[in-house]
Design a protein around this ligand. Structure first.
Ligand SMILES: [Fe+2]
Length: 160
C-alpha cells in the first residue's frame, strides 16, 4: 500500500504519462456525421427544416429559409437553446460541399441580472437569398447546446 508522498509521486507520474500519451488518431473511426442526428421535423424539434422552391430559375435569387422547431418550438433559454444554423450546398455530381451561410444566435434571455432575465432572444430561423446555375442538394445543420448536432437535406432542380 502506498502512503503519503510516495502515493502522490505515483499519481503525478501516472497523470504526466497520460497527458503525454500520443493521441491515437489511427484508431479513431467514423466521422463527425456519425454523431449528427436527423428525423422528422414535425415531431423532432431539433431537425432544421429547409424551405425553398423545389425548382430554382438559373441565376435568379431564391429565398432559402431554415427553421429549427417550426412545428414544436425548441426551448430558447440561457440553459437550453439552438446556438447556430449553417447551410451548405452540394452541386449534383460534386464531391465537395459549399458553405452557403452561417448564422450564430447569441441572445437567449440572459442579462446582467442573470439567466432568462432579459426580453432579448434570437430565434433559430434564418433566411438567405441564393443563386445557383446548377441543381444539387442543400444541407442544413443546427447545433443545440444540450442535444448536439442535427441535420437535414433538400434537393433542388434548376431551369433556364
Ligand atoms: Fe435541445
Amino acid at each position: 500500500m502506498l502512503r503519503g508522498s510516495r502515493y502522490i509521486a505515483v499519481l503525478i507520474v501516472v497523470a504526466v504519462a497520460a497527458a503525454m500519451a500520443p493521441v491515437d488518431c489511427a484508431h479513431a473511426s467514423g466521422s463527425l456525421s456519425d454523431f449528427s442526428r436527423t428525423g422528422d421535423w414535425r415531431s423532432e424539434n431539433h431537425v432544421p427544416l429547409i424551405e425553398c422552391p423545389a425548382e430554382f430559375k438559373a441565376g435568379e435569387p431564391t429565398t432559402v429559409t431554415v427553421t429549427v422547431g417550426k412545428e414544436t418550438g425548441h426551448p430558447n433559454t440561457a440553459l437550453h437553446h439552438i446556438r447556430w444554423i449553417r447551410l451548405y450546398f452540394v452541386p449534383a455530381g460534386a464531391t465537395l460541399s459549399y458553405e452557403v451561410a452561417s448564422f450564430e444566435f447569441s441572445a437567449h434571455g440572459e442579462s446582467i441580472v442573470g439567466a432568462d432575465s432579459s426580453t432579448l432572444y434570437t430565434d433559430p430561423k434564418i433566411s438567405v437569398d441564393v443563386r445557383t446555375g446548377v441543381p444539387g442538394v442543400f444541407y442544413a445543420t443546427a447545433y443545440c447546446n444540450i442535444h448536439g448536432l442535427w441535420e437535414s437535406a433538400k434537393a433542388i432542380t434548376v431551369v433556364e
